[in-house]
Design a binder for this molecule. Structure first.
Ligand SMILES: [Fe+2]
Length: 218
């Protein structure tokens, strides 16, 4: 992990070393997906590294979700209630003033199947998406610079941020269970803007910062 990446992430709390980043891989084409909750890898598997994910603007911290416990649901959950000093540090470094805790599981989320389908629609947000996984696991899919899907398998203890304007989608994995803290700077707005959003200012800003930079890298 370079200091550069931490500087970019505007945090004193160091991001996780590469070996602690979540497993990620290139997905098979969408028309080959029979079940979105399966791994849907390419054959042979094409691994995506922590460095690849950082280039897309993703930041990642490994947290202790065993020592510190959280309610099943708390909307909102006051980030000032954080007893984990590392979470407090991150909250203060990055100005996360809002948090809530949600559990995605057929028993805890009314309309589970419809919601899982909606989460899997490709979209952007006009703000960063921050997820701290308190229990369970799931998949975040993000577009790479060639507009192909990268699948990131996040699980308990993972705290990941997706930059504003990145095309992404989410699904539970086959366990159908994930408990996550959602953090936000200011009043939370979770509105998804479904693709296409090429003219959206957040999309344009993302392309300028992460896609064009990448093109000059090659
Ligand atoms: Fe999202």
């Amino acid at each position: 992990m370079s200091e550069e990446a931490n500087k970019k992430a505007k945090t004193a709390l160091p991001q996780a070393p590469d070996e602690e980043w979540p497993e990620a891989w290139m997905m098979c084409d969408d028309d080959k997906i029979e079940d979105q909750k399966k791994e849907n890898r390419q054959d042979p598997n094409a691994k995506i590294t922590a460095a690849d994910m950082r280039k897309l603007g993703i930041s990642f911290w490994k947290m202790d979700a065993d020592t510190f416990t959280y309610p099943v649901k708390a909307v909102p959950w006051d980030p000032k209630d954080a007893v984990d000093p590392r979470l407090s540090q991150l909250r203060d470094d990055r100005g996360y003033s809002y948090a809530d805790i949600i559990t995605i599981h057929p028993d805890h989320l009314p309309g589970f199947d419809a919601k899982i389908k909606a989460f899997f629609e490709e979209h952007i947000h006009d703000a960063e998406e921050i997820r701290y996984i308190l229990d369970g696991s799931g998949y975040f899919d993000v577009r790479d610079p060639n507009d192909k899907w990268v699948r990131v398998h996040i699980k308990k203890g993972d705290l990941m941020t997706l930059p504003e304007g990145i095309y992404h989608r989410f699904t539970c994995d086959e366990t159908d269970y994930i408990k996550a803290m959602r953090l936000f700077k200011g009043q939370p707005v979770w509105t998804p803007f479904n693709r296409p959003q090429e003219e959206h200012p957040s999309r344009k800003a993302y392309v300028t910062e992460f896609m064009e930079e990448k093109k000059t890298d090659e």
